[in-house]
Design a binder for this molecule. Structure first.
Ligand SMILES: Nc1ncnc2c1ncn2[C@@H]1O[C@H](COP(=O)(O)OP(=O)(O)OP(=O)(O)O)[C@@H](O)[C@H]1O
Length: 378
């Protein structure tokens, strides 16, 4: 493995990397830094947590420092949280050159600035991936797993991914009722709250973050030791992004995916895609059964509690907001959808009618042929 100097990086940047605890380039950095410094187009692809951000931040900063003029670099990210995280990397590495940056995100009013520190530690070992196939679907397994991690580790931190905002909210409420230090992150929360929750999780005020896929891409929280997929991801790509939130930069990490009998095909495509056979996670069923009723009752209580809030109403508002952002009129869209449904209904009835006519004809023909079996009464 080469060092940063041999990649053509300046001393001040190498020093800044050292200050962050980064002394040797990762393969993606080794392969991307020189061509970017040469001014060539570069497309990089590497596994999660392998230092892709610094692979472009470092050469961009170096080139900018050579000719610091005007707006130099525009970075596009899939989520707001990721925009802040990347800006943070630019800020930390670009501190000696007095870098100025601006974050622009949708749905939050004016762009604003954010200051915080980034943390890097030494590179360690690989991660382990498991599946857990519960006898019965549900949440008791989740509670059992968390309990186990809490009992077995002094320093623990878990990210749980689930499919919908509503489920994310219910699970959070439920785990809080079991006194687990839990916080959530999903798109139906106000952005301010999303940032606040993320930073409280990052600083270990809360040990469990329950999130939808809004948190599955790019977030770098080195302390996360376990990722639990409360639902089996529908796409292998989503699985890869989710489990990539642990075992960052060569650290240890475990991922556990809850799988029902209906998800086996999804597991197979994940295994095929990742070229990894998922191991069965051993669970003491007896222990799970002990808490089963209590967990079910608590979950139901949380569902009822949530139904009495304006959660679904907000969902409707968010949907309408999205339609407006897409440049469409939400009322017109609703009308269009209703008309489409009407048309589909008409088509369905027409199809049923044809089917019925065909059946009647067939019946008539078989009757004429005398091939219809006689009804026998006992
Ligand atoms: N050369 C290095 N040596 C050790 N740690 C590094 C090195 N480069 C970056 N890191 C650290 O590794 C962690 C992961 O980096 P980064 O977030 O850029 O990964 P990524 O490849 O973009 O991951 P993802 O695909 O999940 O977005 C960060 O904490 C970063 O500071």
């Amino acid at each position: 493995m080469s060092d940063f100097a041999s990649l053509g990086l300046s001393d001040w940047l190498i020093q800044q990397c050292k200050q962050m605890g980064i002394s040797k380039p990762t393969p993606i950095q080794e392969n991307c830094v020189p061509p970017i410094l040469e001014g060539r187009d570069c497309m990089g692809c590497a596994k999660t947590g392998s230092g892709k951000t610094a692979a472009f931040v470092l050469p961009v900063l170096q080139k900018l420092s050579e000719d610091p003029y005007g707006i130099y670099c525009l970075v596009l990210t899939p989520t707001r949280e990721l925009a802040y995280q990347i800006a943070e990397q630019f800020r930390v590495l670009g501190k000696p050159m007095g870098l100025r940056d601006c974050i622009i995100v949708g749905g939050m009013g004016n762009p604003f600035f954010w200051e915080s520190k980034s943390e890097v530690r030494t590179v360690e070992e690989l991660d382990q991936r498991f599946i857990l196939t519960p006898e019965k679907v549900k949440d008791a397994y989740l509670v059992h797993l968390i309990q186990k991690f809490q009992d077995e580790h002094d320093d623990w931190s878990i990210m749980i991914f689930t499919s919908t905002c509503k489920n994310c909210q219910i699970l959070t409420m439920m785990l809080q009722k079991f006194n687990f230090p839990t916080i959530s992150l999903h798109s139906m929360m106000k952005q301010k709250q999303r940032f606040a929750n993320l930073s409280m999780f990052k600083s270990s005020v809360y040990k469990i973050l329950i999130a939808t896929d809004v948190a599955s891409r790019g977030l770098d929280i080195p302390t996360v030791q376990v990722v639990i997929n409360h639902n089996t991801p529908g796409l292998p790509k989503t699985y890869i992004h989710r489990v990539g939130r642990t075992a960052r930069a060569g650290r240890h990490g475990v991922s556990i995916t809850l799988v029902t009998q209906y998800d086996i095909h999804l597991v197979h495509s994940i295994e095929e895609n990742t070229q990894t056979k998922l191991k069965e996670y051993p669970v003491e069923e007896k222990e799970v059964l002990k808490i089963l009723t209590q967990v079910n009752v608590t979950r139901r209580e949380c569902e009822i509690q949530l139904e009495s809030t304006d959660f679904d109403e907000k969902k409707e508002i968010n949907k309408r907001k999205q339609i407006i952002l897409e440049g469409k009129d939400p009322d017109m869209e609703a009308k269009r959808k209703a008309e489409l449904e009407k048309l589909k209904g008409k088509k369905r009835r027409f199809k049923d009618k044809i089917q019925e006519t065909i059946q009647n004809k067939q019946y008539g023909m078989r009757k004429a042929e005398g091939t219809i079996p006689k009804c026998v009464k006992f």
